[in-house]
Design a protein around this ligand. Structure first.
Ligand code: ROI
Length: 161
């Protein structure tokens, strides 16, 4: 693709067969003409952050190259979430599929619906460890290198599946 940007997407699910949800989202993104897959991390199991009264999550990180603008990419990801039965309910509650736009090239974006790099990126084991697996030399605007962030972030129960 010409004019393409590398974007990183965090995937999470803890309802309705999480592994199938994550694999299905990956497949949809992979086969769409809107982006090309560059790398997909292992799947990880992680204890819930937020309300502990919910099942463990399955998390992964996907790298794509895309010509979509950040907002078009966000809308596209939201459309996929909706097609997987995502209902926007409780803020920290269980979900069938969560697709977070973590990084969009080296851009810092702060517009009403979208903050990139993603707010949680610097301190969430379930984001940082899979991200390091597929992009060990990555520099994250404002936050620094993935290596340093991982070094400061305990596993907090994260396990590779
Ligand atoms: N906790 C974990 N472990 N993984 C997630 O993807 C995740 N997503 C969320 C909240 C509810 C914050 N907790 C999570 O949206």
């Amino acid at each position: 693709m010409t004019n393409s940007i590398v974007a990183y997407i965090g995937l999470g699910s803890n309802l309705s067969n999480p592994i199938a949800q994550i694999n299905s989202a990956r497949e949809v993104i992979k086969t769409s003409k809107k982006s090309d897959e560059i790398a997909f991390s292992s799947l990880y199991s992680s204890p819930p952050m937020g309300s502990s009264d919910q099942p463990n999550y399955v998390n992964a990180v996907l790298a794509v190259s895309t010509e979509l603008s950040p907002i078009d990419l966000l809308r596209y990801l939201q459309e996929i979430e909706n097609r997987h039965g995502r209902v926007r309910a409780e803020r920290w509650g269980a979900r069938t599929l969560d697709l977070d736009l973590l990084l969009y090239g080296q851009q810092q974006i702060n517009i009403p619906d979208l903050i990139v790099p993603h707010i949680g990126i610097s301190e969430r084991a379930f984001v940082l460890y899979p991200l390091q697996e597929i992009a060990s030399d990555l520099e994250i605007p404002f936050f620094g290198s993935v290596k340093n962030l991982v070094a400061k972030c305990s596993l907090s129960g994260l396990e590779k599946l």
